[in-house]
Design a protein around this ligand. Sequence first.
Ligand SMILES: NC(=O)c1ccc[n+]([C@@H]2O[C@H](COP(=O)([O-])OP(=O)(O)OC[C@H]3O[C@@H](n4cnc5c(N)ncnc54)[C@H](OP(=O)(O)O)[C@@H]3O)[C@@H](O)[C@H]2O)c1
Length: 186
Amino acid sequence: MSKTKINVVVAACNNMGIGINGKLPWRLKQDMAFFKKVTSTTSDPSKKNVVIMGKNTWLSIPAKFRPLSGRLNIVLSTTLTDVPQNVYVVKSLEQAMDLVNSMASTVENVFVIGGASVYKEAMFGSYPCRVYLTRVMGDFICDTFLPQIDETIFTRIPNPGDVPEGELEDNGTKYHFVVFEKKIDI
Ligand SMILES: NC(=O)c1ccc[n+]([C@@H]2O[C@H](COP(=O)([O-])OP(=O)(O)OC[C@H]3O[C@@H](n4cnc5c(N)ncnc54)[C@H](OP(=O)(O)O)[C@@H]3O)[C@@H](O)[C@H]2O)c1
């Protein structure tokens, strides 16, 4: 059986920073809207997408917005206990993917939405992987980083139809969307 593909969705600035003090370093409205659309949309209305995240990313979502609506939320943690009933907590990405595979008939796409170590495992593990990267054109102070996208492993592909082309701007910060696909199984 072929391995389930993981879609990584991430925004990173010039130094590949993605977070600071448990929060996003920026507020980019159109990027948030893109995130919601790409992680929520399914071609089969009877199916849902899955979002997989680490504990800190889960806790960084304001309580009133979690779990992320319309998506099946899976949190990776060895310590978290207090979550709503419809949220799954598992101890590894492998367990998360086993859970996804056990629900395959009701799941369409799988998204890893942070943070750093979960991104790294998704991108450099043995999973087929696509990366939706929001390149934030600026220098922000960060304490959490995305690994560089290794071009011996990933190749940039034309933006699929649901990914906006060209430069966007919010709060004086310019950014654009790029998409990479893993080209070899490692
Ligand atoms: N720019 C973006 O696109 C973006 C996206 C998401 C998040 N962020 C930012 O990134 C920061 C949060 O990321 P982070 O790297 O600090 O934390 P994180 O990956 O969200 O959470 C780390 C915790 O998750 C659990 N965990 C992670 N990987 C695991 C694994 N493979 N197996 C089991 N448990 C695992 C562990 O919790 P236990 O200790 O309980 O085991 C670990 O301490 C925030 O600043 C957030 O705003 C940015």
